[in-house]
Design a protein around this ligand. Structure first.
Ligand code: AP5
Length: 213
């Protein structure tokens, strides 16, 4: 079962993907997380991705598709794709990679929220670089400011969550990623839009109903 979580920066793809992994046994595959890990480890991929990510631009398709092909090859069963595909070229490549594996995209969940909500969520996001936990100073603060509840790590404000970069990421989403909605709506049974301006638990309950059905 291959599920794509599609939606703009800050809409909650990572938050919902992690909960689906915990609750329904999906593997949560986030291209943003894979790239950030490569940056921390200083690999050639990480060094190549760094400039694009800091400017809020997309990393070139061929780099991303190679990375996802490798990751998917090591997985099986139920996978949540978060942050991939992000261009029509990536979606076409994904269809090809899955066809080679005898699989296909089963569902596309389009998470939707207004830009004002996205801006507030991104400005308040704090992440743990050690265990990947995500908090929000407005909506889901850690028990102790700046410290991860789960592992005690020091929380950081992602370098691409600063206002100028966020504005560019939203623009890149509108111009390069939103056309994917039309791409997948050619197979209308695939796509379900979910309102994401609601509490995390409410959205998660709707996703679990959807993916169980
Ligand atoms: P990536 O890491 O994928 O970033 P993104 O898509 O911009 O998404 P975000 O991680 O910012 O947001 P999210 O939707 O996961 O929200 P979250 O759950 O964290 O990509 C980063 C960069 O890597 C890209 O700009 C690009 O350079 C590169 N890249 C990655 N994939 C690529 C690809 N396929 N092709 C090319 N380049 C690629 O939530 C946000 C905040 O809101 C959190 O604080 C959270 O606690 C809070 N929150 C979540 N839900 C709610 C809620 N319901 N109510 C209140 N608060 C909430």
């Amino acid at each position: 079962m291959i599920v794509i979580l599609l939606g703009p920066p800050g809409v909650g793809k990572g938050t919902q993907g992690a909960l689906l992994a915990e609750g329904l046994g999906y593997t949560h595959l986030s291209t943003g997380d894979l790239l950030r890990q490569a940056r921390r480890e200083g690999t050639p991929l990480g060094r190549e991705a760094q400039g694009y990510m800091d400017r809020g631009e997309l990393v070139p398709d061929e780099v991303i598709v190679g990375m996802v092909r490798e990751a998917l090859g090591a997985l099986g069963g139920k996978v949540i794709l978060d942050g991939f595909p992000r261009t029509v070229g990536q979606a076409e490549a994904l269809d090809e990679v899955l066809a080679e594996m005898g699989a296909a995209v089963d569902r596309v969940v389009l998470l939707e929220a207004d830009d004002q909500v996205l801006l507030q969520r991104l400005s308040g996001r704090r992440s743990c670089p050690d265990c990947g936990a995500v908090y929000n100073v407005h909506f889901n603060p850690p028990r102790e400011a700046g410290r991860c509840d789960r592992c005690g790590g020091t929380l950081v404000h992602r370098s691409d969550d600063h206002p100028e970069t966020v504005a560019n990421r939203l623009e890149v989403y509108r111009t390069q990623t939103e056309p994917l909605v039309a791409y997948y709506r050619r197979r209308p049974e695939l796509v379900t839009a979910v309102a994401a301006e609601r509490p995390v638990a409410e959205i998660q309950a709707e996703l679990r109903r959807l993916l169980a059905g």
